[in-house]
Design a protein around this ligand. Structure first.
Ligand code: OKP
Ligand code: ZN
Length: 347
């Protein structure tokens, strides 16, 4: 299968993220994507290309213009704020909650950082916007290739995307690549599209973007939000709203879940994707379900990922894979390539 690779990803290199009251080195590092790229080349899994340039207006098919405008200028604003800021990344430290207003965009930069984010673990750096925008181009290129008849395509990019909402960043994510791919498939003629999110963490951004829509079905298997990030979304009783009622499926699983229970949930999710009448599939492909992942709690083994790819292939749908999480840096390439190879060989 063809891979669209983000040649600008390394420009997004966060230094520190807030964790338990201290700043710790970022888990979401450039070496993750390099590891995947290396393994794809090693196995000869298909052509690896840069995506064509995109019309920036395509980002607004998923994201709010006021958010895009903020992201585009944020680094320059941060640097202009105080001498030395170019030597440290920007992190938010205050947020509106509940009854606070989100309709008025503050002039203050720190206040806007908070308005447009939901955690302090997602540093915004000099290369963040360029990397995120090129990542969106990868997702769109993969979707366009599948729209044009390819069985599958892979968007190999970071930062990841599934925690990013229409107007917020967080969870290491800025632009929602999977949502952009799903929307592109819809706009390319697919009547119904499914997003299947197999990352360890619930894709709160993707869910929120499509929550009240019947044309994009979102299904996710993830660590139970009662104990796992992103905590405030991803419960089983979130089934969609309005027109979208019945078009959202969350399958939270406890920490420690191994492949037997996880793959049973995957089969349930794939059954629901079929019943939803999806004509195309977007897979949010996080491999932080691995038992060696440093920030997650499932117990999948490396060989299990081949079976995951096979199960996804059996859905028989044109498929866009979008890279999300996976933080066991030395193993991420192997795990990701296993999914793609399992998928290809089941074809
Ligand atoms: C992004 B993706 C670790 C705290 C966890 C956020 C996790 C974001 C995961 N020290 N912070 O879904 O893989
Ligand atoms: Zn994750």
């Amino acid at each position: 299968m063809i891979t669209f690779h983000n040649g600008r990803h390394a420009g997004h290199a966060g230094r520190l993220e807030m964790f338990r009251g201290e700043l710790v080195p970022c888990f979401e590092v450039p070496a993750r994507a390099e590891g995947v790229l290396h393994e794809l080349r090693l196995r000869g899994l298909g052509p690896i290309e840069a995506p064509p340039a995109i019309d920036g207006a395509l980002l607004a098919t998923v994201h709010q213009p006021r958010y895009l405008e903020f992201l585009e200028g944020a680094w320059d604003e941060w640097v202009a704020l105080a001498p030395g800021n170019d030597q440290r990344d920007a992190l938010p430290s205050c947020w509106p909650v509940r009854h606070h207003r989100s309709d008025v965009v503050p002039a203050n930069f720190a206040a806007r950082m908070g308005l447009f984010s939901f955690d302090a673990g997602t540093p915004l750096t000099a290369g963040t916007w360029a990397a995120a925008r090129e990542g969106a181009a990868c997702a769109l290129a993969a979707a366009h290739r599948v729209r044009d008849g390819a069985r599958a395509a892979f968007a190999l990019t970071r930062p990841p995307g599934h925690h990013a909402g229409a107007d917020f960043f967080g969870g290491y994510c800025f632009l929602n690549n999977a949502a952009l791919a799903a929307q592109a498939l819809r706009d390319g003629g697919a009547g119904r599209v499914a997003v299947l999110d197999v990352d360890y963490h619930h894709g709160n951004g993707t869910q929120a973007i499509f929550y009240d829509r019947a044309d994009v079905f979102y299904a996710s298997l993830h660590g139970d939000p009662r104990t796992e990030y992103p905590f405030y979304l991803g419960h089983a009783d979130e089934t969609g709203a309005g027109d979208g009622l019945g078009h959202n499926l969350n399958l939270p699983l406890p920490r420690g879940t191994g492949y037997a229970a996880w793959s049973a949930a995957l089969a349930d999710a794939l059954g629901a994707v079929q019943r939803a009448g999806a004509e195309a599939l977007v897979v949010s492909l996080g491999v932080d379900t691995f038992d060696g992942d440093p920030i997650s709690g499932f117990r999948l083994a490396a060989a299990d990922y081949l079976r995951v790819g096979e199960a996804l292939a059996r859905a028989g749908l044109p498929t866009v894979f979008v890279f999300e999480g996976g933080y066991a840096v030395a193993r991420v390439g192997e795990l990701t390539a296993n999914v793609l190879e399992g998928f290809e060989q089941a074809g």
